[in-house]
Design a protein around this ligand. Structure first.
Ligand SMILES: Cc1cc2nc3c(=O)[nH]c(=O)nc-3n(C[C@H](O)[C@H](O)[C@H](O)COP(=O)(O)OP(=O)(O)OC[C@H]3O[C@@H](n4cnc5c(N)ncnc54)[C@H](O)[C@@H]3O)c2cc1C
Length: 392
């Protein structure tokens, strides 16, 4: 494989680099690897940043032109992500919309749904949250009990979701509901698009150990959802959801990689500043992280290539999510060791390195092996569906 870039690709890199230099707001630069999605002001800033990027044509570059993208090649995508990491840009705030719902609508949505929703996903004018998990349906998602009953032109939704990231700031939710309780578990589920301003929705924040409330409990009490907001066929939402989850584990991890790379570069700086660069144990750990980061990137290229050639992520995409979460947690651990006790200091302290982002990062990383599929579930998927090992 030839890893060299052509003259046009190098010109594109120059264009992106100059654009990021000129446009990335100072208050977002450098606070990029552990940025909050709980604080409303921060979300507003991130939203404005995504709009600026979208207006310049840098969001959803890989989407076909008919859906508002550039139909960009894998190489341009790689260059964009490399340059975002280099500039210490945060990830896209509407990443669930861009990387999960967008591709799902391109595959299963009606022309009206695509025209209505895709443009505002790109610009973050409408922020999306994911309403899948319930108190008794996490890993065992097909156990979900939130009911939707079709009454005329509306579904009437009752039930509860949990761990809804950004539910408190989202405009819309892609929601899994049970529409046929008599059917087998994986049948009788449907996929709905729900306006979060609809009467009957209550969002209650859940405080996490980071001290923030980035996710929420979401209650639905006789919520009326237009039947036109059904994605795919009635009672066939499981297949739609599997597509969405595959994009979450594969494509979204590729984007999460920006934060990981930012954190790694910061760690190298910290190691040097703290005089630890000659310590062989620290060197070995940093080198292992660096190799892992590179492998993650290459694996991401492989998935992206398949998607851009018209395919879709399969169960093997779980390797990206699995290795990202392991790297993320190892990185947080190594940073904590290098910084020592000051790694526990939060942002307000003058002694907290990088404005306390490491303390936040170390706590947040605990969730990496849970969100978007737990480590155990991903290992099950890989052993059973990729390696073909027996279920028992
Ligand atoms: C930060 C964060 C953000 C999230 N955001 C969202 C969101 O926006 N929207 C949303 O819908 N959900 C979200 N989630 C929920 C997430 O998808 C679930 O937490 C996850 O699927 C696990 O489900 P659970 O918490 O119910 O744990 P459980 O499924 O109860 O699992 C508990 C433990 O048992 C293990 N386990 C369960 N089943 C098996 C099995 N068959 N074999 C081996 N081990 C097993 C698990 O690996 C885990 O260690 C978020 C979670 C986190 C941490």
């Amino acid at each position: 494989m030839n890893f060299d870039f052509t003259a046009e690709q190098e010109a594109f890199r120059k264009e992106v680099r100059a654009w990021l230099e000129a446009n990335l707001p100072d208050d977002l630069r450098g606070r990029s690897f552990a940025s909050s999605r709980a604080d409303r002001d921060e979300v507003a800033r991130l939203r404005a940043w995504q709009k600026t990027m979208a207006d310049a044509g840098f969001v959803g570059m890989e989407w076909p032109r008919e859906f508002g993208g550039r139909g960009a090649s894998i190489v341009e995508m790689i260059i964009l992500y490399q340059e975002m990491a280099r500039a210490e840009s945060p990830q896209l705030v509407n990443r669930g919309g861009v990387s999960m719902l967008g591709p799902t609508l391109m595959k299963y949505g009606t022309p009206a749904q695509r025209a209505r929703f895709l443009p505002k996903i790109l610009t973050a004018e409408e922020l999306w949250c994911q309403g899948f998990s319930e108190p008794n349906a996490g890993s065992d998602l097909a156990n979900l009990q939130t009911r939707a009953v079709l009454e005329g032109d509306y579904f009437v939704v009752n039930g509860q979701k949990v761990w809804t990231s950004m539910g408190h700031v989202a405009d819309w939710c892609f929601l899994l509901v049970r529409t046929d309780p008599a059917a087998a578990k994986h049948k009788g589920i449907s996929f709905l698009l729900v306006d979060m301003k609809t009467p009957g929705i209550t969002v209650r924040p859940l405080r996490q150990m980071t001290g923030e409330a980035e996710f929420n409990e979401t209650f639905f009490d006789n919520v009326r959802v237009p039947a036109a907001n059904l994605v795919g066929k009635l009672n066939e939402g499981w297949g739609v959801a599997i597509t969405t989850l595959a994009y979450e584990r594969d494509l979204l991890t590729f984007i999460r990689h920006i934060s990981l790379r930012n954190a790694l570069h910061r760690l190298v700086k910290l190691v040097r500043e703290r005089g630890r660069a000659a310590d062989p144990i620290v060197r070995q750990k940093v080198a292992a992280l660096w190799i892992g980061e590179q492998a993650l990137q290459l694996n991401g290229y492989r998935s992206l290539t398949r998607i851009l050639r018209g395919g879709q992520p399969g169960p093997e995409g779980s390797t990206s999510k699995l290795s990202w979460s392991q790297l993320d947690q190892e990185l947080a651990q190594v940073a904590t060791e290098v910084i020592g006790p000051a790694s526990q200091l939060a942002g307000e302290s003058a002694w907290a390195p990088d404005e306390g982002q490491w303390e936040f990062y170390a706590l947040l990383a605990q969730a990496s092996g849970i969100r978007a599929g737990t480590t155990e579930i991903l290992k099950n998927i890989l052993s059973e569906r990729v390696l073909g090992l027996p279920k028992d």
